[in-house]
Design a binder for this molecule. Sequence first.
Ligand code: QAP
Ligand code: CO
Length: 168
Amino acid sequence: MPILDILEFPDPRLRTVAKDVASVNDAIRTLIDDMFETMYAAPGVGLAATQINVHQRLMVIDTSEEQDQPLVFINPTVAALDEVLHEYEEGCLSVPGFYEPVSRPEHIRVTALDRNGDRFTLEPDGLLAVCIQHEIDHLNGKLFVDYVSPLKRNRIKKKLEKAHKHNA
Ligand code: QAP
Ligand code: CO
């Protein structure tokens, strides 16, 4: 199975708003398998389809220690369960080498379809709740660097642009 290329900030394609997955079929399941392989190889704990230039509402996550608890979210919706915010030092496979604190709701409810097209609901907190919100942001064309100051965001942009030029 192929490891997919991951788009990097400030690639404008990361700003695309993804469309709902119309049908959870074998093509989607193959894409899910390739996304897990890509995420585990990185290694990362979450990957949204947007990051591999597929603009469908699909993301894969595994925040377990042993990397043996794969979670698939198709057409996810999220809601905060209360007003409590939690700050976490976030990173992103599309912003390699940079980590910044971001505040988000600590307690959430997420509803999505799994790889069989069955609806499920989770009420996570901690790292999993952070990761789910971070990945849903990707599906909406949003990145964690959008939550940091314009000065910091521009420094990160300049450094990554320089790195990309050297790799070109
Ligand atoms: C999103 O992020 C996330 O900079 C997933 O050089 C972030 O998997 C969820 C990674 C924070 C929860 C908390 C980042 C790998 C992986 C890098 C990732 C890097 C190599 C990031
Ligand atoms: Co990310």
